[in-house]
Design a protein around this ligand. Structure first.
Ligand code: ATP
Length: 352
């Protein structure tokens, strides 16, 4: 994958992966909003997951890999991995193949979305390439299996540096490393050691450590106490969903997977088979993932317009999907966000 070039008017080519389950519904909503924001992108639509299995018999077709190598950037819907398909997870496979080592999930309260918590504003930074997701599992003897957790100093330092650099760039004040080093003294101990070492290069950012179980309790009692959370892969996966629950659920939390040479933008949620194809999915997580993609490509003002329009629709409370207590369809809330988009700025201002 290659890094995004910086020409604003070249109609950047972006890989588009509608995905499985509610993926096609929420991704087409995100594309509609991006197009109405005034940014010109060209979409290279590619099949993956079960949609690809149905059409070409392979969940990760060569055409998808070629497209990702060519464009270096993708907007992606959730993918279903069936047990026995030959891949542990297609998502994990893509992240590892393109070395997208940093998973970033901003979690913010929205006015108009009623939850027990207010003013949550935190970011989950999850290591994306190792830990128990290394896929090293085997049966020692019937009834006894071993699953190996891999933690390396290289990946731990890399993700810690990513978290601190993000905090510095975004004016955030604290990075909290979340761990279980009291039990996993070597693996989580190494992760912490690396985080501590990297933290010394960022004296203006407070560094803090919390044990994962205590951190979960604190997240649901005092979420405002957190700023940037730095986690290994498995804790990051679990804590991300917990954090989504603080601000209205999986329908409103976007995400991105970054590497040194490319990025894939995707919502935290999965394929939601229970509501797929019914027009009920909340597209906001996908739309906000699209805004993160625009930020990455340098279209800062367009990204802000999309976030503002989304915030306005949520705040008005008139057009909310079922997961947020309303009765609007995917289409209705998408149209409401498009209608709320402020007028577009000039292309030069757009990249300011
Ligand atoms: P997968 O196996 O692909 O992860 P899942 O159903 O286990 O699928 P999610 O897709 O994350 O996990 O869904 C968990 C719950 O949250 C489901 O009840 C689903 O309907 C709901 N949900 C997830 N995303 C959305 C969304 N965008 N809008 C509304 N509800 C959603």
């Amino acid at each position: 994958m290659k890094k995004a070039p910086s020409s604003p008017d070249s109609a950047r080519l972006v890989t588009l992966i509608p995905g499985d389950g509610i993926g096609p519904e929420v991704i087409s909503a995100a594309v509609a909003v991006i197009e109405k924001s005034g940014v010109r992108l060209r979409w290279d639509e590619q099949l993956a997951g079960m949609a690809a299995v149905r059409h070409v018999g392979n969940p990760v077709p060569d055409a998808l890999i070629k497209s990702l190598r060519r464009t270096g950037v993708a907007l992606k819907g959730p993918l279903e991995t069936r047990v026995g398909e030959g891949y542990r997870s297609i998502n994990v496979y893509l992240r590892k193949t393109f070395n997208l080592y940093a998973n970033l999930r901003p979690v913010q309260s929205f006015k108009g979305v009623h939850t027990p918590f207010r003013d949550v504003n935190l970011v989950v930074v999850r290591e994306n390439t190792e830990d128990l997701y290394a896929g090293l599992e085997h049966e020692i003897t019937p009834g006894v299996v071993e699953s190996i957790k891999v933690i390396t100093s290289r990946a731990s330092r890399r993700i810690a540096r990513f978290a601190f650099e993000y905090a510095r760039r975004e004016g955030r004040s604290c990075v909290t490393a979340i761990h279980k080093a009291n039990i996993m003294k070597l693996s989580d101990g190494l992760f912490l050691k690396c985080a501590r070492e990297v933290s010394s290069d960022f004296p203006e950012i407070r560094y803090d450590e919390q044990i994962v179980d205590a951190a979960c309790m604190r997240l649901v009692s005092d979420p405002q106490a957190f700023d940037v959370l730095l986690l290994e892969n498995l804790y990051g996966d679990i804590v991300s969903d917990l954090c989504a629950g603080l601000v209205g659920g999986l329908g409103v939390v976007p995400g991105a997977n970054y590497g040194d040479k490319g990025a894939i933008f995707e919502a935290v949620h999965g394929t939601a088979p229970d509501i797929a194809g019914k027009g009920l999915a909340n597209p906001i997580a996908a739309i906000l993932s699209g805004a993160m993609l625009l930020e990455y490509l340098g279209h800062h003002q367009a990204a802000r317009r999309i976030r503002d329009a989304t915030g306005m629709v949520l705040q008005s409370g008139e057009t909310l999907t079922r997961d947020l207590g309303g009765s609007a369809t995917t289409r209705q809330i998408t149209d409401a966000i498009i209608a709320a988009l402020p007028a577009r700025a000039s292309s030069a201002a757009d990249r300011a």
